[in-house]
Design a protein around this ligand. Structure first.
Ligand code: ADP
Ligand code: MG
Length: 219
């Protein structure tokens, strides 16, 4: 990912307002230095700002939104407090795995992955048992919201991951409808590999004076 020279020049995580257990966990995962998108975005997101972040694939965007999401979470409150929307099942599974790794130091955080292409019943059963974090594709999340098998009343963090791809796949309307089920008072984080007009439109519709971090492609 980053070359050795730029990695050693990059800031480490210890300067961030993160709990010691989380910093220890990052060390254990071998995350010694922040990637450029993490270094540019975490000071803003950990301060509670809405953010639009653009950086190429493989630049560490998952941790950039997962750390603020985990910091906003109250593990003792067993309700869905964070929702991550992803374009595909494969990406939703990857995001779930990365959040699990990053959350290891936290107390029993339950994450559910809800994507289309499988039957509703097992997902509904899992939702009945409750979760702190839901990761899923917009269509299936909307389906659960319409059936009232998912309640986002306690949500405090909403992430739109790979926003450009979700728009390419025609999810704009589903996303808009999901947003209607989210509390207005929340932190919204939008991550994208590219920054087409559609993403700007999406952001202006749903975000609260978002900060912008764009990292241009480097050789
Ligand atoms: P993106 O979403 O931008 O495509 P990912 O979040 O999937 O990128 O991260 C790409 C890879 O980099 C993953 O394997 C992840 O575990 C790793 N990674 C992320 N942040 C760091 C870091 N600070 N130090 C080392 N590896 C990292
Ligand atoms: Mg990603």
């Amino acid at each position: 990912m980053t070359s050795e020279t730029s990695a050693s020049a990059a800031p480490d995580f210890s300067g961030l307002p993160l709990p010691p257990a989380m910093l220890d966990n990052l060390q254990r995962l071998g995350y010694t230095h922040m990637t450029p998108i993490q270094a540019a975005s975490l000071p803003l997101t950990l301060a509670g700002k809405d953010l639009i972040a653009q950086a190429k694939t493989g630049s560490g965007k998952t941790a950039a939104f997962s750390l603020p999401l985990l910091l906003n979470l109250n593990p003792r409150r067993f309700a869905v407090q964070a929702l991550v929307l992803c374009p595909t099942r494969e990406l939703a599974d990857q995001v779930t795995q990365e959040i699990r790794r990053l959350a290891r130091a936290e107390d029993n955080i339950k994450i559910l992955t809800l994507c289309g292409g499988t039957t509703m019943r097992p997902q509904i059963a899992s939702l009945e048992h409750g979760a702190h974090i839901v990761v899923g594709t917009p269509g299936r999340i909307l389906d659960h919201l319409s059936r009232q098998t998912l309640d986002l009343g306690a949500l405090n963090t909403l992430v739109l991951d790979e926003a450009d791809r979700m728009l390419d796949m025609g999810f704009a309307e589903d996303i808009a409808q999901v947003l209607q089920h989210c509390p207005k008072e929340r932190q919204t984080l939008l991550f994208s590999a590219t920054y087409p007009d559609g993403v700007t439109k999406l952001a202006t519709r749903f975000m609260r004076s978002p900060q912008e971090v764009k990292l241009t492609e480097r050789h």
